[in-house]
Ligand binder design. Structure first.
Ligand code: ADP
Ligand code: MG
Length: 483
């Protein structure tokens, strides 16, 4: 019928615009590399912030002692304690407690949090965690507890344990002393005063709790993941997070960072937090759906790469295409299902379970449509079309992620095999990578395709489960005041 033909035309057009042939991926990877160079050359030189982490020595695996980490992610945070036993014994003990950020701390919109209240709440939870620990965790007399703080949003650091929030939202200027909103992973916003030092704010909150604890390191979660990966595997040289948002960090040669004016670190290396979610390039395959998603987002014009590949957005892109099918081709009958008009109602986990539906009648697709969108009585043909849309969106995201990783490897000169012994490990973490099997497989096969057989044999993608949490504790250990 005419409706079906129209639907097919829309889907085919979308598929064409989402296409990521290998040549395009190479252009994306090269553009990523160009931006990396520009971001390293000067502050503000690129969409890629290429933030200096001040982490110039990564854990070696021989660290010893009791360390803490605080991981502030999306809507919850975790307090972590690790007991490190040195080279032989490794991680002897690890405990974590997850706490959700209570809604009463959210002000304005439900996305906004006031920094002072948030830090006080976090500090009180840390105090509770520390005071309730058992005898075995007692530190030697006179020794201060040390903590690594994982903070999942862009901070301009001035040392390992200090940093101010980077002005993010357009329309606010640095001179303004008014509060500005900074996105944590671009969906949860924290209300801070421009120029406020994150570590000193947290330290003050910890002192208000009467706790003797030093914030030894301020660590982006990608940097934490890199450190966590390196602790277990000496060949980890980069880390990528694919969760609600996305970001990457990697090890750079210190002398290849023109904007670094400090002393060259002994190791000759520096971990760079790319903030790659903000990458954009004319080579990115953007469709009208991506453009309207961006325009209507909380941070228009920002985080374009993230909006193509991360878990926050994949389901929303699908919803937008389905809505257009409903409107333009009566895809779900004569009326547009009202729930389909609700932004972000269709989450990426829903999308992945539809995509991974292996039942012969696609009954998972049917049940998701019914439960989430209130759409029943879909034909098999319709469901199949929806799986195809999932495939198009996930494939584009996964292939672009692979191109990004290839760009990093190319920047490091690890896209080709230098010696037979060369081994390159990229630590991957985040709910999207962990749970969306199809996405993960496409990412891995695309990276192998880009590397070619020889180089691919030396590159390993490793799932760094919860690297970011323990990673900050490991960085605190590697930079302990008692070393
Ligand atoms: P965060 O990025 O907020 O720190 P995670 O790394 O745990 O947290 O990632 C959570 C995100 O992963 C979710 O927002 C969602 O987008 C994605 N995700 C979780 N489970 C699945 C799933 N089964 N399929 C696809 N995506 C998933
Ligand atoms: Mg996280």
């Amino acid at each position: 019928s005419g409706r079906w033909a129209r639907a097919e035309a829309i889907v085919n057009d979308f598929e064409e615009k989402c296409a990521t042939p290998i040549g395009k991926l190479r252009q994306v990877a090269d553009a990523m590399m160009v931006e990396m160079h520009a971001g390293l050359a000067s502050e503000g030189g690129s969409k890629l912030k290429m933030l200096i982490s001040y982490v110039d020595s990564l854990p070696k695996g021989d660290e010893k002692g009791l360390f803490y980490a605080l991981d502030l992610g999306g809507t919850n945070f975790r307090v972590i304690r690790v007991q490190l036993g040195g080279k032989e014994r490794g991680v002897i003990n690890q405990e974590a407690e997850e706490v959700s950020i209570p809604p009463h701390l959210m002000v304005g919109s439900s996305f906004v949090c006031a920094a002072l209240e948030l830090f006080d709440f976090i500090a009180s939870e840390v105090a509770r965690f520390v005071t309730s620990e058992s005898e075995e965790y007692q530190l030697p007399a006179g020794r201060q507890r040390e903590l690594g703080f994982t903070f999942s949003f862009p901070v301009r650091q001035t040392s390992l344990a200090s940093g101010t929030l980077i002005k993010w939202t357009k329309g606010f200027s640095i001179e303004e002393t008014v509060n500005t909103y900074y996105p944590i992973r671009s969906h949860l916003f924290i209300e801070v005063t421009v120029g406020e030092d994150v570590v000193s704010e947290l330290t003050k909150a910890i002192e208000r709790q009467g706790l003797d604890l030093r914030v030894a390191a301020l660590v982006n979660d990608t940097v934490g993941t890199l450190a966590g990966g390196r602790y277990y595997d000496n060949d980890v040289v980069a880390a990528v997070i694919l969760g609600t948002g996305t970001n990457a960090a990697y090890v750079e040669r210190a002398h290849a960072i023109p904007k670094w004016h400090g002393l060259l670190p002994k190791s000759g290396e520096m971990v760079i937090n790319m903030e790659w979610g903000n990458f954009r390039s004319s080579h990115l395959p953007l469709t009208e759906y991506d453009l309207s998603l961006d325009t209507e987002s909380l941070n228009p014009g920002e985080q374009i790469f993230e909006k193509l590949i991360s878990g926050m957005y994949l389901g929303e892109i699908l919803r937008r295409v389905l809505l257009s099918l409903a409107e333009e081709a009566s895809f779900f009958g004569d009326t547009v299902p009202p729930k389909l008009m609700v932004p972000f109602i269709l989450r990426t986990p829903h999308m992945s379970s539809m995509h991974l539906d292996t039942s012969s009648d696609l009954r998972v697709v049917a049940s998701k449509l019914k439960d989430i969108l209130g759409i029943s009585n879909t034909s098999f043909k319709t469901r199949k079309m929806i799986v195809k849309l999932c495939d198009i969106i996930a494939k584009r995201g996964a292939r672009l992620s692979a191109a990004g990783i290839f760009g990093i490897l190319k920047k490091q000169g690890r896209d080709v095999l230098a010696t037979e012994k060369q081994r390159t490990v990229v630590a991957l973490d985040g709910g999207l990578f962990e749970h969306y099997t199809t996405f993960r497989k496409i990412l891995e096969s695309t990276l192998a395709e880009m590397l070619g057989k020889e180089a691919a044999s030396s590159v390993i993608i490793k799932h760094a489960n919860d690297g970011s949490g323990i990673g900050a504790a490991l960085i605190a250990a590697a930079h302990s005041q008692y070393l």
